[in-house]
Design a protein around this ligand. Sequence first.
Ligand code: ADP
Ligand code: SF4
Ligand code: MG
Length: 376
Amino acid sequence: MRKAKSPLQTVPPGHPNDRGGKAQPMLIVEDLRKYFPIHAGPLNRKVAEVKAVDGISFSVVKGETLGVVGESGCGKSTMARLLMHLMPKDTGHLIFDGDAVAEPTGISLRELRRNLQMVFQDSYSSLNPRLPIEESIAYGPCVHGAKRAEAKAIARDLLEKVGLRPELFGARYPHELSGGQKQRVNIARALALNPRMLILDEAVSALDKSVEAQVLQLLGYLKRHFNLTYMFISHDLHVVQYISDRVLVMYLGQIVEIGPVDEIYNSPRHPYTRALLNSRLSMDPDERVETAPLVGDPPNPIDPPSGCRFRTRCPFAEEVCAANAPPLGRSSSPLDHLAACHMAHEGSGHSRANQSPAILRPSIPPVAAPVQRIHA
Ligand SMILES: Nc1ncnc2c1ncn2[C@@H]1O[C@H](COP(=O)(O)OP(=O)(O)O)[C@@H](O)[C@H]1O
Ligand code: SF4
Ligand SMILES: [Mg+2]
């Protein structure tokens, strides 16, 4: 029997909807910034600002998965919401597949939202509790002009694609589903407008490990099937290593390192990335660390340190680190591995500039580092 044609259309490279062509990044972000004002006092005056995202620039290559990591509060979700235009930005430009977003000559926000969708961590609150899940998925296509029957066909097709049989699950309400099933529905809903890129913000973090593995597998299948590009935000460094092609590391509202996943995990150039990677728990007793890889809490984003923001926790900090903010730049090959550290840049004035990462070990252990002993 011939299979019914899927109502969903994919956009493979070279398709007419692939406007910018293969070499055009899916998304270019330039100087994105968001400061949240803090009001206080009887007149509720602005007294300070939280520098949640502070002048970040990067691009997302077509068809890749860009992993985003960093400690809680470093600005990952704010960045994602700014990319989705769920909140106004203070500065910055976005270029989606070669078209400036929300500018007279570019694409509209409505068109951006068809192409760029987001899946959040909280699978329950993302769904309308009063709508059966098939209706929830069909809602987006209806709003964007699809006929009801067409929207329902899209919803049923997507339920099938995310592994939920439409005849069993379509009429169920969100409270009748498990966490993993709800997240599958959220993914289906995000795909209902036939987007080209998904931002997954801690989308698997709340799931049990076995369910997480299934959803990660599903994401891999959907990416291949729909020619998608992913931005995958997670605090789980193991999952990011597994799923990503490139990784972006954030610290206190800024990018400190970006590069191919193997480069970042095997030869990190920034001390923060190295400390973050050392904080991973290992199943191998020989690889467990005894000294705390990262000392203290991140500084207050209202009043970040001058120069390099990591300097208050960095065992290599020197005068130049307080005086000048290190640019996000290339230190050595490969060309697409960038780090914002004076040690990674020749002529920066740092005494260890351009030394191999292997010999960049702190000569004095950080003061007051608590001992973290992990027993098998
Ligand atoms: N709506 C808001 N108003 C004020 N501050 C906020 C708001 N949203 C986030 N923040 C602050 O911005 C910083 C970055 O937050 P967030 O983007 O949620 O970080 P992450 O997702 O990396 O944990 C934090 O210091 C957080 O407290
Ligand atoms: S610039 Fe200085 S303080 Fe910042 S990470 Fe590099 S060595 Fe450490
Ligand atoms: Mg977050």
